[in-house]
Design a protein around this ligand. Structure first.
Ligand code: PGA
Length: 308
């Protein structure tokens, strides 16, 4: 074990987390043979198998599980050390790791840019994924701060709302309902509907509203991202419910519009959260405060450019 390198442990942790050599290679920007070779060498050093393959799926052995726990402890200790060094250096440099839901994809770069201008030595790693996956990352303690838009069931978190995240009905501009006002929600049942994937917070909120009003829509297509859904709406495959934040100036220009449907928008918020037993670095807590102070102004600037 002592001959194993930190790099091998990093490769192992990524393969174990993603249960896939291919996806680990993608995330680490390595080739698949390199990843396999690192795992092979690590296995030889340890002397017992770390993974077993059943069919196409990769499972951790008992030794693999133990190593994964150890790896996480090592990486947490290292990031605590990095945090101490960063704090010693003030905010001159350091890395801020954020995991955020897909609807923040348009907003976050606009928030990170002025923050990095204020603190030019700071690097930001931004992981954009769906609600379920952000919560998994929080459980695994992989990042400094997380942004979600549904209050999680777990109570052991610090959580602050910082911006509205309304969900609206999006359709092509030439849709027959596009000029109507106060459209009854029941009319959505006649429309082919495009739905986000399972695990999406947007999907959860949409399903909750439809259940509340006894609405059952015809889901024609299920897609794993807001961009893909906007494209599908644009080519006439159906309508959908998406965050108002996805309705960028480009979306408006590319022939999409927001329908005025009863019970919409679904009022929601983005929350910035972290586990309550986590000690934030100076960098993370500065970003936490920055978001709460600046978000309204950044969003107002974004929306002022959107033409409906
Ligand atoms: P999603 O989350 O990317 O999981 O849909 C977005 C949201 O809840 O706003």
């Amino acid at each position: 074990m002592r001959q194993s390198t930190l790099h091998q442990l990093k490769v192992f942790e990524t393969v174990a987390r993603l249960t896939s050599i291919t996806r680990a290679a993608e995330e680490l920007s390595l080739t698949q043979p390199t990843v396999s070779m690192q795992i092979k060498q690590l296995t030889q050093n340890i002397g017992v198998p770390l993974f077993e393959q059943i069919g196409k799926k990769l499972y951790l052995t008992h030794a693999g599980q133990e190593l994964l726990t150890t790896c996480r402890e090592i990486f947490n200790e290292l990031s605590r050390f990095e945090m101490k060094i960063t704090d010693l250096q003030g905010l001159k440099q350091g890395k801020l790791k954020l995991a955020t839901i897909t609807t923040t994809k348009y907003f976050m770069p606009r928030a990170i840019a002025p923050f990095c201008q204020l603190y030019p030595g700071v690097d930001v790693a931004l992981e954009i994924t769906n609600h379920e996956r952000v919560l998994e990352r929080l459980s695994e303690n992989l990042d400094d701060l997380y942004i979600i838009s549904k209050i999680p069931d777990r109570l052991d978190v610090v959580l602050h709302p910082f911006l509205e995240n309304p969900l609206v009905v999006i359709a092509p501009k030439n849709h027959p309902l596009a000029q109507e006002k106060d459209i009854p929600i029941s009319k959505l049942q006649n429309e082919p509907f495009i739905m986000r994937e399972r695990g999406s917070g947007t999907r959860d909120a949409v399903e909750q509203l439809f259940n509340k009003h006894g609405i059952s829509v015809k889901v024609r297509l299920e897609l794993g991202g807001n961009e893909a859904i906007k494209q599908a709406i644009g080519v006439g495959l159906g309508i959908s419910v998406l965050s108002r934040h996805t309705f960028t100036p480009e979306a408006a220009l590319s022939g999409l519009t927001i329908l005025d449907v009863q019970h919409f928008p679904i009022e929601r918020h983005w929350y910035i959260i972290y586990p309550d037993n986590k000690q934030l670095s100076i960098l993370a807590s500065t970003f936490f405060d920055f978001l709460q102070l600046e978000s309204q102004a950044i969003a107002a600037k974004m929306f002022s450019k959107t033409i409906i």
